[in-house]
Design a binder for this molecule. Structure first.
Ligand code: SF4
Length: 465
């Protein structure tokens, strides 16, 4: 074996996801695995989603890989650091090299390298990992000058020049799904939701500049697989795994109308209709696009808005008109496509009046689903940079994540927990009211919960300084 690729996520340690139960395999690792295998490396993948840290350690000790490739994201960082520390303290693994990559790495190089990684991949993993493995395998001391990596010299981080991004994504093989237990993923979905789902990526990078969003791996770019390549993969996956639905993980699925129309033709020429959900932006949607999506098999579309206040949207540099977002949520539903949307509360500068606008926005558009997060400044984003001096220390780097980063907000952090409850219950009540169920017990409960949350907001606004 040349490398063992693994990650730090275990469903059993994630109580929140245990309520949701919509797991997907780690596509990033599977892309790297497929590419390395194509280049002639012997690769093993250890997917811990349905396993445990103890089982992971036992597997590593059994296999004694010369290199362990660890994928780190915002959520799994503490576990990745724990794995690295364990490897460094395990006498039988002193000959094992650690390569770390993933979205959390780019802006935390000192932390990862200082906690045991021999090298970090900055940006896209496939070509950099292949070049580094080849150098390590042949004991080439020149590995430390390879583009796309960072390493440590005399306690200081050396960040080499970036590697050029893969221009033609069609040259990359499909993700190595055969190396994980795909059936376990499909069964989990089926058991909890009555249908199975499989993730597919058609795009890398995003051309937009929303200030809170991290583009640490693929950068501010737009690269896309050809429609024929994507249609071939969908046909293959349908034949091989027969999932009931697909989830396109792309940042803005409808960013190119021409690409979308072409994918629709490719699917139609293969007589392939796939049920799928995707994410996009309202400014990259219109009635025609919705018609194409519906004909292709889209059953749910997630439309980013983040706020119902145009002032907050503009402060985020989201470049979208909130009225258009509302129109597109309603239009999607008219086309028979479920509409979901994302909301973020507590963005710097947001006031209670902006939160009221968000409630109005949701009550007026009534998306089928929405998620709410309280803003936090991810390292490397414009939001983090602009909060210079206002970001509050989050504690020990190794055991906390960027999600724990707080900043000097308009109101105290606790205020936003109540604000989230208020928004959710208020919109649920409005839905019940529109359906003529305003006097039903569950609707009254929502109304009361909304009012109680308003009291909490008032308390923390008044006394929470
Ligand atoms: S939030 Fe979406 S549209 Fe904005 S930069 Fe991030 S991926 Fe792109």
């Amino acid at each position: 074996m040349d490398i063992l690729l693994t990650h730090g996520y275990c469903l059993a340690d994630d109580p929140r996801e245990q309520k949701i139960m919509k797991p997907y395999p780690p596509l990033g690792i599977l892309y790297v695995s497929a590419y390395l295998k194509q280049q002639g490396f012997y690769v093993d993948v250890l997917d811990t989603t349905f396993s445990s840290f103890d089982a992971q350690k036992a597997y590593i000790l059994e296999k004694m890989p010369p290199v362990i490739g660890l994928y780190a994201n915002l959520m799994t960082k503490p576990r990745i650091v724990e794995i690295m520390k364990w490897i460094r303290n395990e006498p039988s693994l002193q000959g094992t090299r650690i390569l770390v990559g993933g979205p959390d790495v780019t802006h935390n190089l000192e932390g990862y390298l200082g906690h045991g990684a021999d090298a970090a991949v900055v940006g896209e993993g496939e070509e950099t990992a292949a070049a580094l493995l080849a150098a390590w395998r042949s004991n080439d001391t020149g590995w430390c000058s390879l583009p796309g990596i960072a390493w440590m010299k005399d306690g200081k981080v050396v960040r080499n020049p970036a590697r050029e991004k893969v221009r033609n994504l069609d040259v990359l093989p499909y993700p190595d799904r055969e190396s994980v237990d795909m059936q376990a993923y499909l069964n989990t979905w089926k058991h909890h939701h009555g249908h199975s789902a499989m993730s597919v990526s058609t795009q890398r990078g995003c051309p937009y500049t929303c200030k809170w969003c991290s583009t640490a791996v693929y950068g501010q770019s737009y690269r896309r697989r050809s429609p024929a390549h994507v249609a071939d993969e969908l046909a293959y996956l349908s034949e091989r795994f027969a999932p009931d639905t697909f989830w396109f993980v792309d940042d803005v699925f409808t960013v190119s109308y021409r690409w979308l129309a072409s994918l629709a033709e490719e699917l139609s020429s293969r007589r392939l209709k796939v049920k799928f959900e995707c994410i996009t932006r309202a400014d990259r949607m219109n009635e025609e696009v919705l018609g194409i999506l519906k004909a292709m098999g889209c059953f749910r579309i997630w439309i980013g808005a983040e706020s119902g206040s145009q002032d907050v949207i503009d402060a985020m540099d989201r470049r979208v008109d909130v009225l258009h977002v509302r129109d597109m949520i309603r239009a999607a539903r008219r086309h028979g496509i479920e509409a979901g949307t994302f909301i973020m509360l507590g963005y710097p500068g947001e006031t209670e009046a902006d939160i009221r606008e968000t409630v109005r926005h949701l009550k007026s558009s009534l998306p089928d689903q929405f998620t709410i997060t309280v803003a936090y400044p991810i390292r490397g984003t414009s939001m983090h940079r602009e909060l210079d001096g206002k970001v509050l220390a989050s504690g020990d780097w190794a055991t906390t994540t960027d999600r724990d980063l707080d900043f000097i907000r308009t109101y105290q952090r606790k205020y936003y927990d109540f604000a989230v409850r208020h928004v959710v219950n208020e919109v649920e009540w409005e839905k019940a009211r529109k359906q003529g169920h305003a006097l039903r017990p569950y609707a009254i409960k929502k109304r009361l919960a909304s009012g109680a949350a308003r009291l909490g907001m008032w308390y923390y606004k008044t006394y929470g300084k």
